[in-house]
Write a protein that binds this ligand. Structure first.
Ligand code: PLP
Length: 447
């Protein structure tokens, strides 16, 4: 575009006025909606718009997000959408939970970032509180801003502690897209264009503990050192795939037997999403390292962490700067996380997720038998629910049919055969029934 200081000045002034205005007229919002599409095409990625267009049909891809509360999002034209996607799992307490917003606003007036030189009180306090919720001996942690960074940190910690560099990861897994996390990823569509990635990562079928043991045995036989086995308690991005009940208890035992660490990537399953505080709680397993993210910041601030036991964390003590982040665990993010944990416990979000998830799954089973050519399988626990369709084409039609009925769901980017339902954990039964009605209406229209 070329340098244009004057326009940059006037554009920032205009947006500042819009952001800070108590009311923005419909005319202005319409203009913003038009500009947003243009800006995405010119400054973000045209492919993104093309993808939206095909999923959402008839120009609806230009929908521009404006505001939200609880389980309802409004676009710039004041149209309401039901949020059954939860921002891929960040909105567990709902959009803009008043308590979490209040905590962040108040902290903003005290100190938004830390000096980097003094000790900030919220970060350590948050970790102390987290250690009261986590399984096993977990007590230490490092805060960053995204789930991917949590996975990167967990990988570094496992390498530092064990002195080994290999990992066993799961097919179809999702751990983020930076080069380290991508090495663990179980999908070729994201990995293949970036090969070679980290050496020494072996992938085995998710849910098959014998395959984990075989991979460790093979690594031992050829002299490859394995630092850790990494898995999501329930695979989220793959479509809410629940492993057999013997999987997690057995990989725990196998890791101990082979002297390998066990990393649970709870970025999506943590904080009540699956009906327990953490996904591994379904099987009473204590991992050595956990990755947290998404909902940790209460849907208000980006926030993530990798956390572990005192025994393992000791390897970070000689040089505490071995892993750093300038903005990770900033006071706003910590205030959000502390308020979110309070909301999660006070509102019993895990309990709500368990009960409401069971209700939705039972209703989906009914839909499955009433529409046997559309819905093939249902998966999930709590409010991490996957609908598996007979083909990509059907899934695509369901995703676009739901969008045109103003329900947001997570059809996975490269696989619309699986669509996730991941609403706020305190979503009302009234809204749940509305989602189910609109889903059935969509099924009817494509039957
Ligand atoms: C299990 C898991 N780990 C890691 C990530 C990456 O998190 P982020 O997108 O915040 O970097 C995701 C994101 O979907 C995830 O589901």
């Amino acid at each position: 575009m070329g340098r244009d200081i004057q326009t940059a000045l006037s554009e920032t002034k205009r947006m500042f006025e819009i952001i800070t205005a108590p009311e923005v007229s419909l005319e202005t919002r319409k203009k913003i909606a038009r500009e947003t599409t243009e800006n995405f095409a010119n400054n973000i990625n045209k492919g993104f718009l093309e993808y939206r267009k095909s999923v959402t049909e008839s120009g609806e891809f230009a929908v521009t997000e404006w505001s939200g509360q609880g389980s309802i999002l409004k676009d710039a034209l004041d149209r309401e959408f039901i949020d059954a996607l939860g921002g891929f799992g960040i909105y567990s307490p709902g959009i803009r939970h008043p308590k979490i917003v209040a905590a962040v606003k108040a902290q903003l007036d005290r100190s938004p970032q830390y000096s980097q030189e003094m000790l900030d009180p919220l970060r350590a306090h948050l970790m102390k509180v987290l250690s009261m919720l986590t399984p096993g001996e977990i007590q230490y942690g490092f805060f960053i801003n995204s789930g991917t960074e949590a996975v990167e940190g967990a990988m570094k910690l496992a390498k530092l502690y064990t002195g080994k560099s290999g990992f066993i990861s799961m097919l179809k897994s999702f751990h983020g897209k930076t080069l380290g996390a991508l090495s663990l990823m179980g999908k070729s569509v994201f990995r293949k264009p970036l090969l070679p990635l980290l050496e020494g990562v072996r992938h085995v079928p998710f849910g098959d503990y014998k395959a984990v043991e075989d991979a460790l045995k093979a690594a031992q036989q050829v002299g490859d050192g394995i630092a850790a086995v990494v898995a999501e308690p329930i695979q989220g991005e793959a479509g809410a795939i629940v492993p057999p009940d013997d999987f997690w208890p057995n990989i725990r035992k196998i890791c101990d037997r082979y002297g390998v660490l066990l990393i649970a990537d709870e970025v999506q399953t943590g904080f009540g999403r699956t009906g327990k505080i953490f996904g591994v709680d379904h099987w009473d397993v204590a991992p050595d390292i956990m990755c947290l993210g998404k909902a940790l910041g209460g849907g208000v601030m980006p926030m993530s962490a990798f956390i572990s036991t005192p025994k393992i964390w000791k390897c970070m003590e000689p040089n505490p700067f071995i892993h750093t982040s300038t903005t990770g665990g900033n006071p706003l993010a910590c205030a959000a996380a502390l308020a979110h944990i309070n909301v999660m416990l006070e509102e019993d979000l895990p309990g709500q997720a368990a009960e409401k998830g069971a209700y939705i799954l039972s209703k989906l089973e009914e839909l499955k038998s009433n529409y046997p050519k559309i819905l093939a399988f249902t998966h999930g626990k709590g409010l991490l629910i996957g609908m598996e369709f007979f083909s990509d084409e059907i899934g695509y039609k369901v995703a676009s049919g739901l969008f045109s009925r103003r329900v947001l769901t997570a059809g996975t980017l490269n696989n619309s055969k699986n669509i996730r339902i991941e609403p706020a954990l305190n979503v009302s039964y009234e809204i749940i029934n509305e989602i189910l009605n609109r889903l059935e209406d969509t099924f009817k229209s494509i039957n």
